[in-house]
Design a protein around this ligand. Structure first.
Ligand code: SF4
Length: 375
């Protein structure tokens, strides 16, 4: 079925907080138990979907299973969650339904089962397509396994396959990065999410670097590799539509746009965030605590009302990540007064009707431009 690409998206994010092991660079909300409580966790998710029934102002346009490793979730349970999103939140026919997958979990039968229950977009956490790069990323698969997983995903009948790649691992040069991007294009993926390796506080990677067992990330090299991806993918006709996201034309992901433009979305599951009517909440982070609190009727650990000033600034900060649509001039005025006009005069922001977006030549320095604009 052709996927719907709505302009305004109100979506649902479902967090699956379980992994086999914690990769050394990862600081996501997850646990690595010997046994995943599949039934109990599914029951809590269904309960939260019911608790939040009717809270989205329109029918849900997208559903995203993120993690953690959602490909460890049994397909039957994923199917029940999709059905409940339809009955409780009007998830539309043809909605984009994405599931994140680890290459280790990919086999034809499992992917058919996910497609059978309604998943139509797969996002594979391959991180690299070269063995020497994967060795630096503490992952459980090799390059062959990653490429095979992409081929199986392509054959599964979904409308879109996305992969994640991490650049700026130790010793990575431009030619091996070009080789890797070339392999991704040859494999026929529709979408690429490309991130520089970042050292998050309190991760094993941070400790390895502090102990001298892992070289620190070279920021200049990281910038060169970012630029190389932008040029190479641009020359191949791909759209660079968000700072870290590239797509074949027409294959841009819908779900994340809700985050960048402040559209309402539900975050369901342990540690999930949601946003409705300038209210943001976060659920309990520890899965056992989340399940208990959710079944008792209140999964939220914290929530806050966002002031009009902060709201305007957030529209600018996240809206400018959308490199195609940018942000309404009115939000820039509300958040920065006239300060943004200087960036426009210098050519860092370009106008498209009532909106302004980052000029492609300045994407790399988006963070420093935001610092100039910050209230
Ligand atoms: S598989 Fe993904 S979510 Fe799980 S620890 Fe590794 S990077 Fe983090």
């Amino acid at each position: 079925m052709e996927r719907i690409k709505p302009e305004q998206s109100g979506g649902i994010y479902i967090h699956f907080p379980y992994c086999r092991h914690r990769c050394h660079y990862c600081d996501f909300a997850l646990v690595t138990p010997e046994r995943i409580p599949q039934e109990e966790y599914t029951r809590a998710i269904l309960h939260e979907l019911e608790l939040r029934s009717g809270s989205l102002p329109q029918d849900a346009q997208t559903l995203y299973f993120g993690g953690g490793t959602p490909s460890l979730w049994e397909p039957d349970h994923v199917g029940t969650v999709i059905e409940t999103a339809r009955t409780q939140h009007g998830l539309i026919d043809g909605a984009e339904i994405t599931l994140e997958l680890n290459p280790e979990d990919v086999d034809r039968a499992r992917l058919s089962a996910y497609v059978e229950v309604g998943v139509n977009r797969l996002s594979l956490g391959v991180q690299s397509l070269l063995d020497e790069r994967l060795q630096h990323l503490d992952r459980g698969h090799d390059a062959r396994g990653a490429a095979d997983a992409v081929v199986i995903a392509r054959d599964s009948g979904v409308s879109d396959v996305s992969i994640d790649l991490i650049f700026a691992t130790p010793g990575q040069d431009l030619s091996s990065w070009r080789e890797e991007l070339g392999i991704a294009l040859e494999l026929g993926v529709d979408h690429l999410s490309i991130y520089g390796l970042t050292v998050e506080p309190r991760t094993r990677l941070e400790r390895l670097i502090d102990d001298g067992a892992y070289p620190p990330v070279d920021d200049d090299r990281s910038a060169e590799l970012f630029e190389e991806a932008r040029l190479l993918l641009g020359d191949s006709g791909w759209s660079h539509y968000e700072v870290s996201s590239y797509a074949r034309p027409g294959r841009e992901a819908v779900h994340n746009r809700a985050y960048w433009h402040g559209h309402p979305y539900l975050g369901v599951g342990a540690a999930a965030h949601g946003l409705l009517d300038q209210r943001r909440w976060v659920n309990h982070r520890r899965p056992s605590r989340y399940m208990e609190a959710c079944m008792a009727g209140d999964p939220e650990a914290e929530s806050e009302r966002i002031s009009d000033e902060v709201w305007a600034w957030e529209r600018v900060m996240t809206g400018l990540r959308d490199l195609e649509r940018g942000v309404e001039r009115g939000w820039l005025q509300a958040a920065t007064g006239a300060r943004f006009e200087d960036l426009e005069a210098r050519g860092c922001l370009e106008a498209m009707g009532s909106r302004l977006r980052i000029h492609p030549d300045h994407v790399l320095i988006l963070d420093s431009l935001l610092l100039e604009l910050a209230p």
